[in-house]
Design a protein around this ligand. Structure first.
Ligand code: SAM
Length: 280
């Protein structure tokens, strides 16, 4: 039985170990009128385990507008819908954004049921700074695009968190060692909450060889974490970056000059901006 008011629950489900399912998630899935799932056959296993027999409907971000409209119509008629993905928290590298966005625009209450999320679990156990971090999701699959994406992160000072597919992890770690330097600390967090859970911290050059040499490390589900760059001090700015900044400062305000120079040189935007302040 659902409440009178339209309600869309966003329900996290386990990322491996079914014992990580939170009781409130089970209650919500059991009592909802409908559960929208990324892959209904996959979710059927979760449903059997927890004795849930709520009707399932497929929903993914490339679902056509009609499917989204149908779900919104159900909500507007007073039905309670719960959204789940194959594993973890919906919308985190998973479908749901379009539905949540439109639901909120139409005044439908959206309620999160917190639970497992692979990158949060990985970050909590990695041993890298966790006070500030950036979640980058999946890098592009093609080598050139991946290289470009990594170059843009070269000056990033926060811990960087990535999702990666097992067949790409060895190449990605080599590419990371190339861009960030082999000395930079990184962590592979694999198969979290499952039988072969592995969390291993090492400098990128070492980690990359460790993973390449052991096919077992190229299996299962993987989160990669990379320590952020050391903050750059004024005296450490290389002469080429100083030259680029000096030219740009002749044409642009300091903030804009730093942003453009960061694109050109790969140096951290804040370091370039601070340098321009110290120039005055
Ligand atoms: N929504 C999910 C979440 O909350 O983490 C992520 C979905 S995304 C499609 C799937 C990716 O998450 C996997 O390719 C892997 O990078 C990561 N992942 C999921 N489960 C994991 C696990 N048990 N251990 C390590 N990484 C995992």
């Amino acid at each position: 039985m659902g409440p009178d008011k339209a309600l869309l629950y966003i329900v996290a489900t386990p990322i491996g170990n079914l014992a990580d399912m939170v009781p409130r998630a089970v209650e919500v899935l059991q009592s909802a009128d409908l559960v929208a799932a990324e892959d209904t056959r996959h979710s059927q296993r979760l449903f059997s385990h927890f004795n849930i027999d709520t009707p399932l409907a497929a929903y993914h971000d490339h679902s056509d507008g009609q499917r989204t409209e149908w779900l919104l119509g159900q909500l507007e008629s007073g039905k309670t819908i719960a959204l789940i993905s194959d594993a973890g928290t919906p919308l985190i590298s998973d479908p749901g954004y379009r539905l949540v966005r439109l639901a909120r625009e139409r005044g439908i209450q959206v309620v999160p049921i917190p639970g497992a999320c692979a990158f949060v679990a990985a970050l909590s156990a990695a041993g890298l700074p966790s006070d500030r971090f950036t979640f980058e999701g999946f890098l592009p699959a093609k080598a050139q695009a991946r290289e470009t994406a990594l170059q843009k992160l070269a000056g990033e000072e926060r811990t960087m968190v990535f999702y990666e597919a097992p067949h790409r992890v060895a190449d990605t770690l080599s590419a990371m060692a190339g861009v960030f330097g082999g000395e930079r600390e990184a962590v592979i967090a694999r198969e979290i909450s499952k039988a072969f859970e592995t969390i291993h911290l090492a400098p990128l050059a070492e980690l990359s060889v460790w993973v390449r040499d052991d096919p077992n490390q190229q299996r299962g589900e993987i989160v990669l974490l990379v320590r952020g760059a050391e903050p750059q001090k004024l005296s450490e700015l290389d002469p080429e970056s100083c030259r680029v900044m000096q030219i740009l400062l002749g044409e642009l305000p300091p903030k804009r000059a730093a942003a453009v120079a960061a694109e050109i040189t790969g140096v951290n935007k804040k370091a370039l901006y601070n340098w321009s302040l110290e120039l005055k």
